[in-house]
Design a protein around this ligand. Sequence first.
Ligand code: GDP
Ligand code: MN
Length: 353
Amino acid sequence: LDKDSAVEADEVKSQIESQQPEEFERVKGAFVVLVRNNELYAMRSSMQYLEDRFNHKYHYPWIFLNEEPFTEEFKTLTTAMTQSEVHYGLVPKEHWGYPDWINQTYAAECRQDMHVRGIVYGGSESYRHMCRFQSGFFYLHPLLDGLEYYWRVEPGVKFSCEIEYDPFRVMKERDLKYGFTMALVELADTVPSLWKATVEFAKSHPQYIYPRSRPDSLFEMVTDDRGVTYNLCHFWSNFEIASLDFMRSPGYRAYFDFLDRKGGFFYERWGDAPVHSLAASLMLRKQDVHWFYDIGYMHDYFEHCPTEPHWLTYGKCYCDPGASFDQSSGSCTNRFLEVMGKTVDDYIVTKNP
Ligand code: GDP
Ligand code: MN
């Protein structure tokens, strides 16, 4: 490429860009990823999916967080996957460790017990720090300062449908606080006392709780017996597009602090997904929560795949609708629709073609 044609190419590029400025305008959003160095290739795969399906049009920045410094290799090979800005941040020690009220000997006994009982990640210490970080600290990282929305991404996830609109903008324009693609039943053994703690919080902090008697209360999403027990439904937080104002709100933070004092992140294995979901269901209203039904998504062996037949024929999605988790007994998306009084159609953002 000689110098003149390079200049020409640049001019053409800026002409194209200036023709459609509004189409590519961004809101204050970013992808936020907590990830380990050894997940580099799975991370690159997630990035490729999201860039192909959506972000090559918008160039939202990527923010990577880790409690260990990222290697040069990790940085180089993730930067190479996107034209967007990339940022790499270290999780501060205070956000990844034991608070002084935790009895670490007892915590180790609990891990051992849960390990013997075969509970998933029951014996893992790092998993607990991770869940606590994702529950109460990620939104405090300085790299997220000034952002309004985050889109949580994990290594090794797949996006099986073209995303023809900007989900961040949908969040902003509809003033949404929380968006998900999958909702399912939590493993009961990981959260034996979470509901009791949550009810205790709600009773002692009524100022933060949306009255459950109101027709637009979301309370029924998480209980089938008017609050006696938790039905274990939660929005799967490995995909999450949500408002940082909500996560940083006094109500959410008071809830996290309250739970943190109880020690269940360490003595049990409270996940950030049920914590976020209980907070959303108790503090938000129906109209604040959105099911990104039209975003095909796969994490581990669980997949959400839209079932509109024409989306398969014109190539919007490649996933098998029959394999979608939504109709399984462990799914809570039907519960969500029922509580909302909505149908799948209500959650399709772009109807064309
Ligand atoms: P799962 O989805 O519940 O099976 O848990 P994952 O292993 O996928 O962990 C959830 C997220 O946290 C992923 O983005 C992981 O990359 C990240 N993660 C988990 N454990 C650690 C850790 O010890 N350090 C860092 N930096 N990231 C972690
Ligand atoms: Mn995962």
